[in-house]
Design a binder for this molecule. Structure first.
Ligand SMILES: [Zn+2]
Ligand SMILES: [Zn+2]
Length: 238
């Protein structure tokens, strides 16, 4: 799968982080920066946010909130150059970056994935009007690539976004919950495909987790056994 031929065929010609031309994909400068941003230990046992001290088990958010997902993790902290890379991926048609993110997920979280043992991968959906405008759902691209790498079934028709919402980043945590409440739906037909499944949700960014939580709540109520998540980037926990 990782033959040079395939790498040449699919690897972006530019560094997915700084955008400079780079035949090897990610450039050395960004690689160095990313090592410092890798969302690794110590991190929250629940949401995967890096936390300051290894003595805590959970971040501040998770101590104060019950989540509907079992556990989750992300690749990097949402800082330069990761935020820029995701922005390009989302808004400037850099879909090829999705393969790179998925490969990183498979490489870094392969063991975790085997432990979670998901039977279904679902991307967090966009509202249709937004997806039409953008032309694609970035989370679905990463989900598709991860499905191809892992052999786990991807189904992006089960979870739907039925309500447009204000951008979460403009809101305080409590407002975020209200804003996203009832935004997702699993249709009657789709419930059959979800019954008893262990779901891995894929999204680009995890901040307060209210989007992931609402998606997980909707899936659990519609019959999913357990919900996990992987994201490209995540905020810092405390
Ligand atoms: Zn770079
Ligand atoms: Zn947490």
């Amino acid at each position: 799968m990782k033959s040079n031929f395939l790498l040449k065929l699919f690897w972006p010609e530019i560094c997915p982080f700084c955008g400079r031309v780079s035949r090897q994909g990610i450039c050395d400068g960004c690689l160095e920066k990313l090592e410092l941003l890798a969302a690794e230990e110590p991190r929250c046992m629940k949401c995967g946010k890096p936390i300051r001290s290894g003595e805590q088990e959970y971040c501040y958010d998770c101590v104060h909130t019950d989540h509907y997902f079992e556990q989750g993790a992300a690749l990097w902290l949402h800082r330069e150059p990761v935020n820029r890379s995701i922005y390009q991926f989302k808004f400037h048609n850099q879909r090829a970056f999705g393969r790179y993110y998925a490969e990183e997920m498979a490489r870094r979280y392969g063991r975790t994935l085997r432990r979670w043992d998901p039977t279904l991968i679902l991307p967090v959906p966009l509202h249709l009007s937004k997806q039409r405008k953008r032309g694609y759902n970035q989370a679905a691209i990463v989900a598709g690539e991860l499905g191809r790498l892992s052999g786990i079934t991807v189904d992006d028709g089960i979870l739907k976004r039925v309500r447009g919402t204000a951008p979460q980043k403009s809101l305080a945590p409590e407002e975020r919950k209200r804003n996203i409440g009832g935004a997702f739906l699993v249709g009657r037909q789709e419930r059959k495909r979800l019954a008893g499944k262990r779901v891995l949700l894929i999204d680009d960014i995890y901040t307060t987790g209210s989007t992931m939580d609402e998606a997980a709540r909707t899936l659990r109520r519609a019959g999913a056994e357990k919900v996990y998540y992987l994201a490209i980037s995540i905020g810092q926990g405390y």
